[in-house]
Design a protein around this ligand. Structure first.
Ligand SMILES: [Zn+2]
Length: 67
């Protein structure tokens, strides 16, 4: 089983991620995230959830004031 990063399409081999690794068509591919893209993803999720939480909280407080 070969792991390919679904963001940058690098392929993992023996714990290292290669941009230009050739692999056979018969190999089974498993899609995931390489450590670099995983970190980027986590940062984005944190930023997104921070924005989302602020939005929900401000909407909730406005609703309470009107109600
Ligand atoms: Zn990647």
């Amino acid at each position: 089983m070969i792991r390919e990063c679904c963001v940058c399409h690098r392929v993992e081999q023996k714990g290292k991620w290669h941009a230009d690794l050739i692999f056979g068509r018969h190999e089974r591919l498993s899609h995931g995230y390489c450590p670099d893209c995983y970190d980027d993803l986590m940062v984005n999720i944190e930023e997104f959830s921070a924005i989302f939480t602020r939005k929900v909280l401000s909407t909730a407080s406005r609703t309470n004031a009107e109600g």
